[in-house]
Design a protein around this ligand. Structure first.
Ligand SMILES: CCC/C=C/C(=O)SCCNC(=O)CCNC(=O)[C@H](O)C(C)(C)COP(=O)([O-])OP(=O)([O-])OC[C@H]1O[C@@H](n2cnc3c(N)ncnc32)[C@H](O)[C@@H]1OP(=O)([O-])[O-]
Length: 719
């Protein structure tokens, strides 16, 4: 797991060998310890170089080993043996040096990095802090402000930025190990005291208290409810105010609290869940390892509204050549400018040249004739989309994949309009499409595994986290949102205000509560769907309001707002007031309070006090219940799929893992008991009726999330 070899006469070369990313597993730690000892005791060795196998230095501690029973030598003493070594130790960094991997490099006396390396201390994203001395060493090397930024965000930086910050000594474009070995030879015999970072004082900062206070405030706001970023600030403060050994003790204290926290478990679960969704499967048994993706060199985007523009940007940034088609000339010109400006901005931020050359524009649908894949992003109207799919099927070369960005329409209807329904899949992006990480790849009843594999791979190329899901109404994300929104309306009828509901959800950790979010995305979107479904009926002058539609409880409150032209931020009025159309700052609106009072009076409803706990239980547990139904019905293949969708597409707080993980943390029996309770008092709300899978999971002793699949399979086999 770590191998010592001898090069250039006097250099001991220690190579970490733990594929794929050389994490510091027990065996690797043992290997480093033994190799170091051997190299330092060998009189022939005058200097040491540490590198990683296969072009990766080290991705840090082995997250899989985290738990109460870690075996093998612990990291801290191991890497400090390196710092105190009396022979120069040089880190040859390439690929990644992250977390414990960067801490290992920090205890080396010199750091040589390849220009393509990414470095960082991402522990905070796993609910931890850099607990192998990172919080004490980094500030001594690069100063407090830069360390605070890197440690509290976990951001990965380039080698160029690392050089600028003084984190590495030299950046090379050529062979890293060769460069490090040459460098090691050049420093053999030189004094090492000044190279030991722990011996350095932390650079002085005159307004220390003010800096820490400001950062703490920022962190509390930005990572609302997350404990790790706060502990990170506290640990760096220890570096600024205490001697090294005392600072290390403080780091360990803070780390031990985080290590066993529920937030750390949730974030580490999420780390593996993000990777697990790539191992997708379909109910037919087809899966990622039996299906081959086709190459996509040239793609087309059809319809250049907000979504189409974002998708064009994302494709171009991924290096895919794009044909962007918009029938309306004015819209096409606007889109061209918008896409160009977005690419320019993105290029400025990332320091690379913009990818505008990759895009050609056309107002003629025939322009898609020779592309490998089309993403349709026209208006969300079934008959329009059906027509477009008929045209695409006639125009495109044989084998072109036809994808729809629909967020809710039946993919099978679109596929049925084409000659080759097996080539049709959904690619449901989230706005803004070039920013949001999530992509739902939707397979219909005829989609081929090859088509799914291609869309999944293209998503990855675009930097998305792609999740394969089945073709049910609203797919996974929007389907689960429906009962969540429905409950929030019912809560208003019963006595809550938009402010109360939003506060409960925002304190839970959502960036926006349900009403602020509806105002942002536009109330008219849901209204149009409800009208198509025959649910939204005008209240009319008679003032007759029916709260039971199709045998289910229904709240027309959202429809009433739309009838008053209150579509949210874009009209300046929605559940809140925004001062002007397009305004962003939500203010309470007495009009809404009056509406609610009149509405309740008209229906003879008495407002009752509603607390935040009830808001959370009703909104979140009904959403969780829907997620479990989706699993039961096989439209998602694992709880990880659902959790990743919610964290990366719907603002579910990362440190709560996702709805399925959260349910298991709360206790499935509790979720079941509360749903039973609410369903008893609301028998006309089917989404509160606990699903079979939930009952089955509780009856099976509430197994952890990764074991749910066994029970889901049993239910599906019985269905
Ligand atoms: C006192 C202690 C203080 C220190 C704490 C730490 O260091 S905390 C750690 C701080 N470090 C981090 O947070 C770094 C986390 N890692 C990363 O950010 C990325 O993996 C990468 C950028 C290194 C490579 O990206 P890429 O897209 O090329 O590849 P990929 O992402 O697909 O990974 C390939 C495989 O390796 C697996 N695996 C990876 N890392 C770890 C790990 N640390 N552990 C275990 N496993 C890990 C990953 O699950 C996947 O396995 P699968 O699914 O094939 O079975």
């Amino acid at each position: 797991m770590a191998q010592l070899s001898y090069v250039s006469g006097s250099v001991g070369l220690i190579t970490l060998q733990n594929p794929p990313v050389n994490v510091l597993s027990a065996a690797t730690r043992q290997g480093i310890m033994e190799s170091m000892k051997k190299a330092l005791n060998d009189p022939k060795v005058k200097s040491v170089v540490i590198c990683g196998q296969n072009g990766v230095f080290c991705a840090g501690a082995d997250i899989k080993e985290f738990g109460p029973n870690i075996s093998g030598p612990s990291i801290v003493p191991l890497i400090y043996d390196i710092e105190v070594a009396n022979k120069p130790v040089v880190a040859a960094i390439e690929g990644s040096a992250l977390g414990g991997g960067l801490e290992l490099a920090l205890t080396c006396h010199y750091r040589i990095a390849h220009s393509k390396t990414r470095l960082g201390l991402p522990e905070v994203t796993l609910g931890l802090l850099p607990g192998a001395g990172g919080t004490q060493l980094l500030p001594r090397l690069i100063g407090i402000p830069a360390s605070l930024e890197l440690i509290t965000t976990g951001r990965h930086i380039t080698a160029a930025e690392a050089l600028q910050l003084g984190l590495v000594d030299h950046v090379t474009q050529s062979d890293t190990v060769d460069s490090a070995v040459k460098f090691a030879l050049s420093v053999e015999g030189e004094p090492l005291d000044s190279r030991r970072i722990s011996k350095r004082p932390c650079p002085h900062l005159p307004d220390l208290d003010a800096v820490f206070e400001a950062v703490m405030q920022k962190v509390r706001q930005k990572f609302y409810g997350a404990i790790a970023p706060i502990a990170c600030v506290q640990a760096v403060r220890a570096a600024a105010t205490l001697p090294f050994s005392e600072g290390m003790k403080r780091e360990q204290q803070l780390m031990s609290t985080l290590f066993t926290s529920g937030q750390a478990r949730a974030l580490q679960y999420s780390f593996f869940a993000q990777r697990a969704v790539g191992r997708w499967s379909m109910p037919s048994g087809a899966s990622w390892n039996t299906s081959k993706a086709r190459p996509v060199h040239r793609a087309a985007v059809l319809g250049l509204g907000t979504m189409g523009r974002g998708i064009t940007v994302a494709l171009a940034q991924a290096g895919v050549s794009v044909v962007a088609v918009e029938i309306q000339e004015k819209q096409l010109n606007e889109a061209r400018e918008h896409v160009y400006a977005t690419l320019e901005r993105g290029a400025q931020q990332s320091g690379v040249s913009p990818s505008c050359a990759n895009i050609t524009y056309s107002h003629d649908i025939q322009a898609v004739a020779d592309v490998d894949l089309v993403i349709e992003a026209v208006l969300e109207d079934l008959s329009l989309k059906e027509k477009v799919f008929q045209q695409l099927s006639a125009i495109c070369k044989p084998g072109t994949l036809l994808c729809s960005n629909t967020s809710s329409l039946d993919l099978n209807c679109l596929a049925s309009q084409t000659k080759n329904p097996e080539l049709v899949v959904g690619m449901h992006f989230f706005a803004p499409a070039h920013v949001m990480k999530l992509l739902e790849v939707v397979y219909g009843s005829k989609s081929s595994p090859e088509a799914v594999a291609t869309a999944m791979q293209l998503g990855k190329k675009m930097g998305k986290i792609s999740v394969a899901v089945g073709n049910c109404r609203g797919f996974v994300g929007n389907r689960m949102l429906k009962p969540y929104i429905e409950q929030s309306y019912f809560l208003l009828e019963e006595g809550a205000t938009p402010e109360l509901v939003d506060k409960a959800l925002e304190e839970f950790g959502f960036p926006m509560g349900v009403f602020r979010m509806s105002d942002l995305s536009g109330l008219d979107v849901g209204w149009r769907v409800r009208k198509e479904d025959g649910l939204a009926e005008p209240v009319g002058t008679s003032g007759q309001i029916t709260r039971l539609r199709g045998g289910r409880r229904y709240s027309p409150l959202g429809d009433i707002l739309c009838e008053h032209g209150r579509f949210g931020q874009k009209t300046g009025l929605g559940w809140y007031q925004y001062g002007r159309p397009g305004g962003r700052v939500a203010k309470s609106d007495p009009w809404v309070f009056n509406l609610l009072e009149e509405y309740r009076a008209r229906l003879g409803l008495t407002a009752r006090p509603i607390d935040q706990q009830e808001v959370l239980e009703r909104c979140l547990y009904s959403l969780i219940n829907e997620g479990l139904c989706i699993l039961e019905e096989g439209f998602a293949s694992s709880p990880e799929d659902i959790d990743v969708i919610y964290v990366f597409g719907y603002g579910w707080p990362k440190h709560r893992g996702g709805p399925m993980f959260y349910a298991s943390m709360v206790g499935l029996a509790t979720v079941l008991e509360r749903l039973d309770h609410y369903y008893r008092s609301n028998p006309d709300v089917p989404s509160l009726k606990p699903c079979k899978l939930l009952r089955q999971l509780v009856a099976s002793g509430s197994p952890p999330v990764h074991k749910w699949k066994e029970i889901t399979k049993k239910i599906q086999n019985r269905l």
